[in-house]
Design a binder for this molecule. Structure first.
Ligand SMILES: NC(=O)c1ccc[n+]([C@@H]2O[C@H](COP(=O)([O-])OP(=O)(O)OC[C@H]3O[C@@H](n4cnc5c(N)ncnc54)[C@H](O)[C@@H]3O)[C@@H](O)[C@H]2O)c1
Ligand SMILES: O=C(O)C(=O)C[C@@H](O)[C@H](O)[C@H](O)COP(=O)(O)O
Ligand SMILES: [Zn+2]
Length: 372
């Protein structure tokens, strides 16, 4: 697979490369040396990824002259916590690591968000690089600099914007990714396509079967398209303060509430986001005239990508309360990213009564097993 190189340009921060290709873990050290002169690289990984790819990553870093250290955290959403962050900060201080350490996140979105947060906060900030190993991390979380951890009260409630110095996405590592995690990444690709354009959406609709079957060429193109889309959004609005980056939160208002209410890790982030997209499109029909065609085309796309509607529901009032912790809330009012059509979205304040009414319909559709 040829190596694609996409540059993320952000005002007031150094630009950085996202490299996408095959067997890139073996080239990691050389790539990082192009932009970083640290003596020590601290690789943070999880207990599933470590046994598979840590040795190759460290060997490459050593070849490039780094002294390497590593920390392995438990796999899963539970590691995005104050407790695990604190363990890493403490270990770093015990190791006498200074401001010149390079933190390397080797893993999925959990490791990326956690390691990025630790890098953003240890000694008020040290350099970090992303080596995403899940499809989701390659298409979304490794790019754009959102880092953070969860609180019991909700997702990503503590964190920082901290851009990596480089992203090295080696598609070869996806060979070992379990099916559930594949679909999870597909959800964020579908999100990007709905928000981006007809062109991306129709391409993905045509390619959905091949993507679900992990066709190499289609996977590479899906990653590249998603990264280009995200890089452009982040370049316009790094800190989600200019009304642009919020679009990346399509499906996340309900999605994050589901993750929190069901218990972190019960559903993958992608599965919850896919459910949130189905809900948001239906809410959109009432609030911004989202066409029925879009609702059903999106349903079919998500089905084809292995993301069926969730067999789970909760009380509308509980979901509403959980959604009130969303970062898009202003003055206590919920705001949703809603699609007017594919490629045309709006952030809309929706009153609690309307949200409850639609949550009620969503819950009833689960209870009666009616697929809309
Ligand atoms: N920062 C952002 O912009 C952003 C964007 C999207 C999602 N996220 C966050 O990302 C997280 C989800 O990330 P995820 O879906 O990558 O989950 P994850 O990091 O939990 O990884 C999923 C599972 O796959 C395993 N795994 C990872 N790579 C593997 C490989 N190559 N082979 C075998 N197993 C492998 C992991 O150990 C884990 O068990 C959520 O916390 C979500 O909030 C952040
Ligand atoms: O990069 C972004 O911006 C996103 O919103 C991407 C999302 O897919 C991702 O799940 C992100 O972590 C959500 O952020 P949050 O600010 O809603 O916690
Ligand atoms: Zn997401």
């Amino acid at each position: 697979m040829a190596v694609a190189r996409i540059v993320v340009n952000i005002a007031n921060a150094p630009s950085y490369d996202v490299r996408i290709g095959g067997n890139l873990v073996e080239k990691l050290g050389g790539y990082l040396r192009e932009v970083n002169q640290s003596d020590t690289a601290l690789v943070i990984t999880d207990e599933n990824v470590g046994p598979l790819y840590l040795a190759a990553a460290k060997a490459s870093l050593v070849d490039a002259g780094y002294r390497t250290l590593d920390i392995t955290v438990p796999a899963g959403e539970g590691s995005k916590s104050v407790a695990v962050s604190s363990e890493i900060w403490t270990a770093m201080a015990d190791l006498k690591l200074g401001r010149d350490v390079l933190v390397v996140a080797l893993g999925g979105g959990v490791v990326g968000d956690l390691a990025g947060f630790v890098a953003a906060t240890y000694m008020r900030g040290v350099a970090f690089a992303q080596v995403p190993t899940t499809l989701l991390a390659m298409v979304d979380s490794s790019v754009g600099g959102k880092t953070g951890i969860n609180l019991e009260q909700g997702k990503n409630l503590v964190g920082s914007f901290k851009q990596p110095i480089q992203v090295c996405a080696s598609a070869s590592v996806l060979a070992t990714l379990p099916e559930r995690e594949w679909a999870c990444g597909c959800a964020e690709i579908a999100k990007s396509a709905v928000i981006d354009s007809d062109e991306f959406f129709f391409w993905l609709t045509d390619a959905a079967e091949a993507l679900a079957a992990r066709d190499e060429g289609v996977v590479a193109e899906a990653i590249a398209r998603s990264v280009v889309f995200k890089a452009n959004v982040v370049a316009e609005d790094e800190t989600e303060s200019r009304g642009v980056r919020e679009c990346l939160n399509y499906g996340h208002t309900l999605g994050h509430a589901i993750e929190a209410l069901a218990g972190f890790g019960a559903f993958s982030h992608g599965a919850a986001v896919a459910e949130g997209m189905r809900f948001a499109a239906r809410l959109g029909a009432a609030c911004v005239g989202t066409p029925t065609d879009l609702i059903f085309a999106q349903d079919e796309l998500l089905d084809a990508l292995g993301l069926p509607s969730l067999d789970w529901s909760a009380k509308p009032e509980e979901l509403l309360a959980a959604m009130k912790g969303d970062k898009k809330v202003r003055g206590g009012h919920l705001r949703f990213v809603l699609p007017r059509e594919v490629g045309l979205w709006e952030v809309v304040e929706v009153d609690d009564e309307t949200v409850l009414e639609h949550l009620g319909a969503w819950v009833r559709s689960k209870e009666t097993q009616i697929v809309q």
